[in-house]
Design a protein around this ligand. Structure first.
Ligand code: ZN
Length: 432
């Protein structure tokens, strides 16, 4: 009956053995690491797996739902063992996935191929990189992790959402959209004061690494949809649309959508071309100025931005192929009517092949920067309009996160999670 009382004697990180893992993960035994604590019960001393969020995982699969498994409880003093059920919530990695053969980080395409084929949504995250920011800095760095945790702990996401650590975008990929001199300044920490002011972040090695992963997540999501791993794939970050070829702005280091679109044009030329352009649907409340500028003279990528007319960027607004400026306090009905009309025109006129959705939620009325008045329900309807438009035309879709700055940030986090949750549900429901 073992009433547990339980003093922890020691704890350590160990590799989980096959017996601890569900069948499908057993080939990866040894790659899953977990914290194990030795506890003293009334009757014996046993090793118990506590883990849950401390699990490190270096394989290519992620468990999304809570699972039961058996822990072998050994008594190191008398050699007896018992087995008891334990519950693990999720298995996540703290680093991008490495190739088991070479030990090097996976490429963006490699990461997409390592994801399991899923009916629903594949998502990449990069919140395992934490960027040190000065106290009181207004960028909500913690929202990325909070959004991912919300999704992973949502039982409704079981089997329809698979998340993976984002790979790094390579220098070669980044240079498709960015100037060499800017990439060099970022990798060596030589951004000058003016550049850092425009960016809004102080430079740090962590910022550079995280930005590479954040951009890599969108490139990997693009590969995932182009390679048929899933019909929709997401970056639970990215949508950093204020980054220009030669400098960053407004909390955006690399322009992930621009990089991923240019990689798509390079790697899948038979699919993406002038007859079938890529369409960027940017619904962040701020204009996608960096993306607009990068594709200003490139008809292979059509940029559409619908944003608050009085919002940032004030001095650096650029010309997208299509810009819709919305007045302050625009509400759900007006917003959704315009969106429906614009989408019908865009799909009809351009017959795009691949869609990038910048799904910023800063049009929410609770947003501290947004100036518009959409409700959470209105944003949900907005998301579903995009998903329906892509699903009815059978178009591959890449979703990125974009802005969201409510204070406190719960409202933004819920709305961000809605973007991914509703995509997983929509695309998961396509299962027959
Ligand atoms: Zn924004």
């Amino acid at each position: 009956m073992a009433m547990r009382s339980l003093a922890a004697i020691s704890s350590s990180i160990v590799s989980l053995r096959a017996v601890h893992l569900p069948t499908k993960l057993r080939p990866f035994a040894g790659q899953v690491r977990s914290s194990v604590q030795l506890v003293r019960t009334r009757e014996n001393v046993s090793a118990e797996i506590l883990a849950v969020r401390n699990i490190r995982w270096t394989g290519g699969i992620k468990i999304l739902r809570p699972f039961q498994t058996l822990s072998t409880s050994g008594n190191p003093f008398d050699g007896t063992t018992t087995r008891q059920p334990i519950r693990c919530l999720s298995v996540g990695s703290l680093e991008p996935t490495k190739s088991p053969e070479s030990g090097t980080f996976l490429t963006t395409k490699g990461a997409a191929l390592a994801a399991k084929q899923i009916v629903g949504l594949v998502g990449f995250y990069s919140d395992h990189y934490v960027v040190p920011l000065p106290e009181g800095h207004r960028f909500p760095m913690d929202k990325y992790r909070a959004t991912r945790i919300l999704l992973e702990e949502d039982a409704a996401m079981r089997d329809i959402l698979a998340t993976y650590p984002a790979p790094f975008a390579s220098r070669e990929e980044l240079s498709l959209a960015h100037d060499e001199s800017y990439l060099e300044s970022l990798s060596t920490g030589n951004l000058d004061a003016k550049q850092q002011r425009a960016l809004g972040f102080p430079w740090s090695p962590e910022l550079w690494r995280r930005s590479q992963a954040s951009c890599g997540g969108t490139v990997a999501a693009m590969h995932a949809v182009m390679l048929g791993v899933a019909r929709a794939a997401a970056n639970i970050a990215g949508g950093t649309h204020h980054a220009f070829a030669g400098h960053g702005e407004g909390f955006c280091v690399y322009n992930d959508i621009a990089v991923a679109a240019l990689v798509a044009l390079n790697d899948y030329p038979a699919s993406c071309n002038l007859q079938s352009p890529i369409l960027v649907i940017d619904l962040d409340v701020h204009q996608g100025n960096g993306t607009a500028k990068i594709f200003e003279n490139d008809d292979r990528v059509i940029t559409f931005s619908m944003h608050g007319e009085k919002n940032y960027p004030w001095r650096t607004k650029m010309k997208s192929n299509y810009d819709v400026d919305l007045p302050d306090d625009t509400g759900d009905e007006e917003y959704l009517t315009i969106l429906n009309e614009q989408l019908a025109m865009l799909f009809d006129r351009h017959k795009p092949f691949l869609i990038f959705f910048q799904a910023g939620v800063d049009a929410l009325k609770e947003d501290s920067f947004g100036r518009l008045s959409l409700t959470r329900q209105g944003l949900l309807r907005r998301n579903n309009i995009i998903y329906s438009a892509c699903q009815t035309r059978n178009l591959p879709l890449v979703i990125t996160m974009g802005g969201g700055y409510s204070r406190p940030n719960d409202a933004s986090i819920e709305a961000h999670a809605d973007v991914y949750r509703s995509a997983a549900l929509r695309y998961g429901a396509a299962r027959s």
